[in-house]
Design a protein around this ligand. Structure first.
Ligand code: AHR
Length: 667
């Protein structure tokens, strides 16, 4: 390093060197720079755009969670759907003139949290049938509308079996096409009367989108079976008990600042017994407590808190777990928003334990391995802290005295024990109204750092409310816009959201976080119609709304600059923002046009130092009614090009479009 008279200088990688003019010697203090934005930038949240994940629309089981077996633990039951029972999605099979009996039992389960299991009594194993080539007594599972398996990929099978007769039982485990053609086969022989986990690996000789798993006992005898699982080895980042790689990658590509999980209404649940209790969702899968999903199906909790935190870490997003505020959903016992038995509150004499459960989560996520809960995290394979910074308490709850009292108790306890944690409160399900007003009063009275606003409304509402947060007080409670969407998945909806998102960036000193909702929806298994990403077992269909979200979240900044972009200020349908990412120094322009004609904008970058001569420009544009479908070859996707950039230039913003221009700065 050259001698310098300056006290501070920066190297290319953004390290700050402190240089003494006196000695002329370099003091090699390399300190990571927090930011070196251009002058006059307003500091905004660096966690602004993230993801809302809720197990709705089969987002978890049958969706992001890569498990291929449906009802793996025989816990489906009629309280979830009247036609369901522990044997749902299983077929009893006895090919080759074999025979036996099957029953559902509960007297000696693999774990008390997982009460149901099957007992099979194999009375006779017949001869293999010509052409079909199998015989025995057992089970078939076709997953969630067929299992997708790929040629030469590895699939990891496991099951718990307790041998109930003296002799060992041999099994043939196979994957087969609907016509019975064997794609992969493996053998297992039991060795114990205790519940024991047996594993096998299956490598299909050909790909198939509609495969089934066959588990056939080929010796006579009696056994109990539970937790039958089949996972692709190739989950996202090859994590065991992991996530469907293509869907998870789609989310990772968004570079979200955070992920809120596990909901939504799933958090506060349909009655007290249905609240999402995080402790039930960690540890070995056979010990997790499965339960009815408020959206009318089943939750295995296989995608539980460990997997959520792991996914956040894997994609560099901050975890934002939301815990119930010790009250259930106000619509409990009824259909959604029509009400039923109403909000129920955890009895006061149980609040101490409930609060402990909240505190335990923080210890589980961040505590040292020597702590009780830190040790459990370490035992699950993650000794390092998950670096939890945010905890949400409550989800759009009814603002009753019962809520207020319990929220305060939880909030005070977290504040006292963990001042380092930012608590996110809740202010009801709408952008205004009684719960909103009461919720904000509670937040202001209790000085809650952040509250969670929700609104699903029309594109026009988003256009006309761009100034909503201009008037919010600064240096007070901040906003997490935890759920929002305009009513539709057409391009016009996505662009209306983009208009609004520029106002979130402009108000990024008061809006700390924002997430579109809901995130995922499985085709034919959707309870909530407007979603960000639709998928089935083989195809993923991102909506225009996904691309808008991605263009914002993959291009976040932490400093906001006004007066960089000039446009017709009277035209509400035009919006723009300029942010800088202090980590990279990149300047990011977002230019939005909700008009059906192109409109001019002027960009002046003179306040920034040296900029690169070329920049990456990404444009999402089209007809207002454009919508992405599973089969359309002309789906709306953004197009990226490299463009020449000057300090000052004109841009014609295309009709119904979002443009992002990312410009590198030079030191
Ligand atoms: O996002 C779908 C639902 O909408 C959420 O579960 C709930 O919080 C909201 O009302």
């Amino acid at each position: 390093m050259k001698k310098s008279n300056r006290l501070f200088s920066f190297n290319k990688k953004g390290k700050l060197f402190i240089v003494t003019a006196l000695s002329g010697l370099c003091l090699l203090f390399a300190v990571t720079v927090i930011g070196q934005p251009a002058k006059n930038g307003k500091k905004i949240s660096s966690d602004l755009f993230g993801l809302f994940f809720e197990d709705i629309n089969y987002s978890a089981d049958g969706g992001l969670y890569a498990e291929l077996v449906q009802n793996r633990s025989f816990e489906y039951n009629p309280t979830e759907r009247s036609e369901w029972n522990p044997f749902s999605y299983w077929e009893y099979i006895s090919p080759g003139f074999s025979y036996g009996r099957v029953s559902v039992e509960t007297s000696a389960p693999v774990h008390p949290n997982n009460p149901h299991y099957l007992v099979l009594d194999v009375e006779h194993v017949g001869k293999e049938v010509k052409f079909v080539g199998i015989s025995g007594v057992g089970l078939k599972n076709s997953g969630f509308d067929g299992m997708v398996v790929k040629e030469k990929d590895q699939y990891n099978f496991s099951m718990f079996v307790s041998q109930l007769s003296k002799n060992p039982i041999s099994f043939s485990i196979s994957l087969r096409t609907p016509k019975g053609i064997v794609l992969a086969e493996s053998k297992i022989t039991t060795s114990s009367g205790e519940w024991t986990k047996y594993t096998a690996s299956l490598i299909p000789t050909q790909s198939c989108d509609t495969a089934s798993l066959f588990i056939l006992a080929t010796t006579e005898g009696k056994f109990a079976i539970d937790v039958v699982s089949l996972f692709p080895e190739k989950t996202f980042k090859n994590r065991p008990n992991g996530l469907r790689a293509d869907l998870a990658q789609m989310l990772a590509d968004m570079k979200p600042g955070f992920i809120r999980f596990p909901g939504g209404c799933v958090v506060h649940g349909d009655g007290l017994g249905n609240m999402y209790r995080w402790e039930n969702t960690i540890g070995p899968i056979e010990q997790r407590k499965e339960q009815r999903n408020i959206w009318g199906y089943h939750q295995t909790a296989g995608l539980g808190y460990f997997e959520f935190f792991q996914f956040c870490e894997d994609i560099g997003a901050k975890p934002l777990p939301v815990l119930p505020a010790a009250v259930s959903c106000q619509n409990s016992g009824g259909t959604w928003r029509i009400g039923g038995t109403g909000q129920k509150a955890v009895p006061m004499d149980e609040m101490k334990d409930y609060i402990q459960e909240v505190l335990d989560l923080i210890e589980w996520a961040n505590g040292p391995v020597t702590s009780v809960w830190g040790a459990r995290r370490a035992a699950a394979g993650h000794p390092a802290s998950f670096n939890l910074q945010y905890v949400g308490i409550g989800n759009e709850d009814k603002m009753t005295p019962e809520f207020e009292q319990r929220f305060k108790m939880i909030f005070d306890a977290v504040k006292a024990r963990h001042p380092e944690i930012t608590v996110v409160g809740t202010v009801g399900p709408a952008p205004d109204g009684e719960d909103f007003t009461k919720g904000w009063k509670i937040a202001n009275d209790q000085k809650v750092p952040v509250v969670d606003e929700h609104y699903y409304t029309s594109p026009e509402w988003f256009i006309s409310n761009q100034k909503r947060y201009n008037a919010y007080p600064r240096n007070a409670t901040q906003v997490y816009l935890g759920e929002y969407a305009s009513w539709g998945n057409k391009l016009r909806n996505a662009i209306a959201e983009a208009v609004y998102m520029t106002s979130l960036e402009r108000n990024g000193d008061v809006v700390r976080m924002a997430s579109y909702a809901p995130l995922l929806a499985k085709k034919n298994f959707t309870q909530w119609k407007i979603d960000m990403i639709f998928f089935d077992n083989t195809v993923i269909c991102p909506t225009p709304n996904y691309y808008v979200q991605k263009m914002f979240s993959a291009n976040q900044g932490d400093y906001y600059f006004d007066k960089v972009i000039t446009k017709d200020e009277k035209d509400q349908l035009l919006a723009a923002s300029c942010v800088q990412d202090s980590k990279t120094g990149d300047i990011i322009l977002k230019l939005v046009n909700y008009n059906e004609t192109a409109n001019p904008m002027k960009i002046n970058l003179s306040r920034f130092g040296k900029i690169a001569a070329e920049a990456e420009q990404t444009v999402l544009a089209g007809n207002p009614d454009d919508e992405n479908t599973f089969t359309n070859t002309k789906n709306k996707v953004p197009a990226s090009t490299v463009v020449k950039i000057k300090k000052s230039f004109d841009y014609s913003s295309p009709a119904m479009s979002l443009t992002v221009i990312r410009i590198k700065t030079k030191n």
